[in-house]
Write a protein that binds this ligand. Sequence first.
Ligand SMILES: Nc1nc2c(c(=O)[nH]1)N[C@H]1C(S)=C(S)[C@@H](COP(=O)(O)O)O[C@H]1N2
Ligand SMILES: [Mo]
Length: 328
Amino acid sequence: MAILIRTPLTGEPRESEVTTEAVYLRRREFLTTAGAGLLLFGTGLAGCRSQDRSEAAETPATGADAIAGVVKSPLSTDEEPTAYDDVTGYNNFYEFGTDKSDPARNAHSLVTDPWTVTIGGAVARPEKVALEDLLKAHTPEERIYRLRCVEAWSMVIPWIGIPLASVLARHQPTGDAKYVALRTLHDPEQMPGQRRAVLEWPYREGLRIDEAMHPLTILAFGMYGRAMPNQNGAPLRLVVPWKYGFKSIKSIVAIDLVTEQPQTSWNMQAPGEYGFYSNVNPDVDHPRWSQRKERRIGEFLRRETLPFNGYGDQVASLYSGMDLKKSF
Ligand SMILES: Nc1nc2c(c(=O)[nH]1)N[C@H]1C(S)=C(S)[C@@H](COP(=O)(O)O)O[C@H]1N2
Ligand SMILES: [Mo]
């Protein structure tokens, strides 16, 4: 039996937060039944800044926010991960400000423990579940996925998560479940960006049920071997690697199975610019800029953007017969 342990993360981990085993066992604790045994992190994190790598290597399972018991997913890309400091310092998370540097500065005010997620709507087993109980029921995996933002930058990130499909299956969607609607926490006290009407709060996103059940779609609760930093969507965020980044909703509190196509924040804000599907598509320009090229953060030359962000072999069949210029 593998043991997965994490502790709350508020802001950056400091030496003083590295606790003894006895102390952190009293904190948030996850037990899983991953069959692959205990895999310690810190050895395969190419692309982390050297400081991160050595920190992780020295204290793989006992660092304040290290996650153990994680299985490596064969669905990973073998591309070089983006530097950890870039992934945690250049974010879109409007609940904490609209500048890319705002979330790293402001997201410490989000309290991620305790955290509950409500799973409801067209399911046989609706439930309001503590995050640790939700995660306990599934095997965590590390998956190195590309994230491609509609603003034409991209990153490669070693996410730690669980397939959304296994969460949904546990709650038994009924025949009426055609879409999945996800919602971020709405609490202007903790999320000061919600005091301004830059978007209609709470942030919301949605997927068609077959997209949600696709094995590439995950709920991530960590990255780079450690707990999810607040600015990246702690404690639980979606990752849908063949879609533009805004589909990957952060700090999720509700997952509802629904019959009608749900409202999504960016589509409500600017329907001509952001569609429901938002599959990465170099042939469909954003009205104000081309989507043909992207800058991988940390690289100088721009790359050609690939259809479905390079995941076409796995996901193109979901859209056979659809006009993806109309359903953008
Ligand atoms: N709740 C919430 N989720 C969100 C956003 C947001 O503003 N609020 N921004 C989205 C956008 S536009 C992108 S590109 C990704 C960025 O994720 P990252 O900061 O981990 O790179 O988060 C997405 N999820
Ligand atoms: Mo984005």
